[in-house]
Design a protein around this ligand. Structure first.
Ligand SMILES: [Mn+2]
Length: 233
């Protein structure tokens, strides 16, 4: 079993946007707030989440699925650090009904569960975002048809989901929490980082690129990603 860390840099930006259109910068020119990048990186370092054997950087978050697919490893644990759960759109228990041609940045984790790559998820939400003590808020995180159990403790929600995957019926442990509550992991096998420019103002970009650099992206990778951010403006 491997440990995958999957970061969406929209985690750093407020307000959190729930809607984005692929390859369109809908929030161009809007004012926004960006969390302190150095603090974010040092927290990740303290949690030993950045010493990954492999690191991949890109724009569209659904690309994480591709790297999990290339690894071919099954039943892995995902630490998903993102303003969004990326478990949207699907409402059904039977994931084998999902159509590959529909996969997007908002639902690729369902596909990874369907294909057996992921069986345990920690969704790390930004501080001052979703109220994890409010039952009406957290109930919306998971479609009712897949929910088996839910328990809330202080600022943390534990779900047990049941879905039909390519390997049969499977139970998925799904925990939603804040970064400072994350358990310690011995070693990280793969770090994937998406920039998701469709979900924040271009005014946040300089901070996003600083984060990319501190996370270990090469100048070539940064250049390629910057070019995409400019092309969709
Ligand atoms: Mn994402």
């Amino acid at each position: 079993m491997r440990i995958y860390v999957d970061i969406d840099l929209d985690f750093l930006v407020k307000p959190i946007k729930q809607e984005g259109i692929n390859n369109i910068r809908k929030y161009k020119g809007e004012d926004c707030t960006v969390s302190n990048v150095e603090n974010f990186i040092s927290t990740l370092n303290n949690l030993r989440l950045l010493k990954a054997k492999q690191k991949k950087f890109f724009t569209n978050h659904k690309k994480s699925y591709t790297y999990w697919w290339i690894n071919r490893s099954l039943n892995n644990t995902l630490i998903h650090i993102d303003a969004h759960s990326d478990l949207y759109r699907n409402k059904q228990r039977d994931l084998t009904l999902l159509s590959d041609t529909d996969m997007n940045c908002d639902d690729y984790i369902w596909y990874a569960i369907r294909d057996g790559f992921i069986e345990k998820i920690y969704w790390v939400v930004p501080d001052d975002s979703y109220n994890l003590c409010d039952e009406s808020v957290v109930k919306k995180f998971v479609p009712s048809d897949v929910l088996v159990e839910m328990s809330m403790k202080e600022n943390q929600v534990d779900f047990l989901l049941e879905v039909i995957t390519r390997y049969g019926i499977k139970k998925i442990q799904y925990t939603v929490l804040h970064l400072n509550q994350l358990p310690r992991f011995d070693s990280i096998d793969l770090l994937t980082v998406a920039t998701s420019p469709e979900f924040y103002s271009d005014k946040a970009d300089e901070h996003i690129f600083k984060a990319l650099r501190l996370l270990g992206a090469s100048e070539d990778e940064i250049k390629r990603i910057m070019q995409f951010h400019q092309e969709i403006c």
